[in-house]
Unconditional design. Structure first.
Length: 240
């Protein structure tokens, strides 16, 4: 499981609202932030396909993919399908990590988990990037942008760079910056978390669905018979 060690106070869930705001003027960091936050605030439930990649900065890494579900307030379910079946679930109180092949389920209180998916769940629908980012800037090669070689995956997308107000996560590890890629409809399609030493973790999201009916048991974990439950102070320690 790829671990995203960012302070438990950063929102990065892509959500879709009923209609995307449009403007005749070029987007700014402030306008993109407002549009993104508006989308967070108008989706009760979400479903998306995700791709997750980790680069250790030394030529090694890992990639996984699956389906993720969100429900306000603060519940989510990451179903990993490839290359191995796994489950990462937040039920509103506890964080669960279950790998069927291991016959063990790890459990931690949500406030104790430093995995980056936890703040995604906590703040879905409650995003306030102005408080979370010491500096939020629109980056690229165009006029009025902070000049950088960072390019969006799609030419019509916009890229924001967040410098966290607190640049260390819950385990004291430094975070350099967080990249947010937003499409013209204000969907958040990519998140990249960078740490010193060229460490990088990336999420990509697609096929978003909003306000769909999700069975309540999707956000409840009942350990299968014979599975051992291990309580962890920091569930993230189990995820690399």
């Amino acid at each position: 499981m790829l671990m995203l060690r960012f302070a438990i106070c950063f929102a990065a869930t892509a959500v879709a609202a009923a209609s995307a705001p449009t403007t005749a003027t070029a987007p700014t960091a402030s306008s993109l932030r407002r549009a993104l936050e508006s989308r967070y605030q108008h989706a009760a439930t979400l479903k998306a396909a995700f791709y997750e990649r980790y680069d250790d900065g030394k030529g090694g890494g890992q990639a996984e993919s699956g389906i993720v579900y969100f429900e306000r307030p603060g519940r989510m379910r990451w179903e990993y399908e490839s290359p191995e079946t796994k489950l990462f679930l937040v039920d509103g109180k506890n964080v669960w990590f279950y790998v069927p092949a291991d016959h063990t389920a790890s459990r931690a209180k949500m406030k104790e988990s430093s995995d980056w998916r936890t703040p995604i769940a906590l703040l879905a629908g409650k995003a306030d990037l102005a408080k979370l980012c010491r500096n939020l800037e629109l980056i690229g090669t165009g006029a009025g942008m902070a000049q950088t070689d960072e390019k969006p995956e799609a030419p019509e997308d916009s890229v924001l760079r967040c410098t966290p107000r607190d640049n260390s996560d819950a385990m004291g590890e430094e975070i350099s910056d967080v990249i947010l890629e937003i499409d013209p409809q204000s969907f958040l399609v990519r998140v990249v978390i960078r740490q010193p030493g060229n460490l990088e973790t990336e999420f990509r999201f697609g096929n978003w669905q909003e306000n769909i009916s999700i069975p309540p048991d999707k956000f409840h974990f009942t350990p299968p018979q014979g599975v051992e439950i291990v309580d962890e102070d920091k569930l993230a320690d189990q995820m690399h």
